[in-house]
Design a protein around this ligand. Structure first.
Ligand SMILES: [Zn+2]
Ligand SMILES: [Zn+2]
Length: 344
């Protein structure tokens, strides 16, 4: 079968011919229906050799949906043809984080061959994906796999970041969303569904600002030349109770810090490698900051429940497997609206 693999660090991935894997005991082979292209893969590809203790090559793709193709020995409760999402972080299943469902925080994550599918282990940018444990499969029922695949990261990550902060979002509160790509446009829909807060979005791209308004933002500001004072003016002077920064560069974190309300919170989801400015005078009193990372297995079940209830619509651009490498290039250059999803 064909697979999009990372063959060398700091180089574009390659479309290669690989063997179809066979499921061993407890494993499940999934025929991929859709695999999302994530911005974090671009960061991953750019890191120098040795940054992560993973062996190359491996197949990319950590946002996957498909149908059960073959069950390994001992797997029960699933049948060939079942439509499933694949939970992306693959923990050891036995440490204290994994047993509470937070495999995204597995205590042994760096002692293992990878941290998830497409992250050290082979991922879903291929015709088939070998899933190491059936607990990583979440049934999606009648949901369209192409629109459901991004829920595993572009849906789960903003949901995880938001869920713990919902208590702040009383009527009259405001949320600033920085970056309206795959995660951002779903994050805005989650805010509209789960809170009464007014949402203001920021992006450089006009089509992303349009997407933000369609997703339910009250206003969408052009990031070009934007200062925190401009954002505060849009927010009516008091600032944002919550800032969700889906970019995470020096520029966006400075904007985040300068836009929070007294007692406000910044959730820095994006892995842009920036530094948060916290000098006295640059931030208000009693602010807080968190760095959430992906989400738990039970939260993915909750995101799927929201999607099945019609609360989330993922804006998708469909690509073929042989267009994936070019798709990453277009994602890098800001040419993708919503989420690029590869259909093998
Ligand atoms: Zn991702
Ligand atoms: Zn673990």
């Amino acid at each position: 079968m064909q697979a999009v693999q990372l063959v060398r660090w700091q180089a574009p991935p390659e479309l290669r011919e690989v063997d179809v894997p066979k499921p061993g005991a407890g494993e499940v082979l999934v025929k991929i229906a859709a695999a999302g292209l994530c911005h974090s893969d671009l960061h991953l590809m750019g890191w120098p050799e040795g940054t992560l203790p993973w062996s190359l090559p491996f197949t990319l793709g950590h946002e996957n949906a498909g149908h059960v193709a073959q069950l390994g020995e001992g797997v029960t409760g699933l049948a060939a043809g079942d439509a499933v999402l694949v939970y992306g972080p693959w923990g050891c299943g036995a440490c204290r984080e994994c047993i509470r469902g937070a495999e995204n925080l597995c205590d042994r994550r760096l002692e293992r061959p990878g941290t998830g599918c497409g992250l050290g282990y082979d991922g879903g940018l291929a015709e088939y994906l070998l899933v190491r444990s059936q607990r990583h499969l979440v049934p999606i029922g009648e949901l369209d796999p192409v629109h459901a695949a991004p829920l595993t990261d572009a849906g789960l990550s903003p949901y995880h970041a938001l869920k713990s902060e919902l208590h702040r979002l009383v009527p009259g509160s405001q949320v600033l969303v920085i970056g309206v790509g795959g995660l951002g446009h779903i994050g805005i829909q989650l805010l509209r569904e789960l809170s009464p807060a007014r949402v203001v979005a920021i992006d450089l791209r006009q089509q992303a600002r349009r997407l933000a308004l369609d997703a339910g933002a009250a206003a969408a500001l052009d990031a070009d030349g934007l200062h925190a004072a401009d954002v505060r003016a849009e927010l009516g002077g008091n600032g944002a109770t919550l800032v969700l920064d889906f970019v995470g560069t020096d520029a966006t974190l400075a904007l985040a810090g300068g836009s929070i309300a007294t007692g406000g919170h910044v959730s820095a989801v994006g892995v842009g490698g920036g530094t948060f400015p916290m000098a006295f005078g640059q931030v208000p009193l009693e602010w807080s900051l968190s760095k959430p990372s992906w989400g738990t297995l039970s939260e993915l079940h909750e995101v799927v429940a929201l999607a099945r209830a019609g609360a989330i619509h993922v804006e998708v651009e469909q690509l073929r497997l042989d267009e994936a490498v070019e798709g990453y290039r277009r994602l890098h250059d800001g040419e993708i609206n919503g989420r690029a999803v590869v259909v093998p």
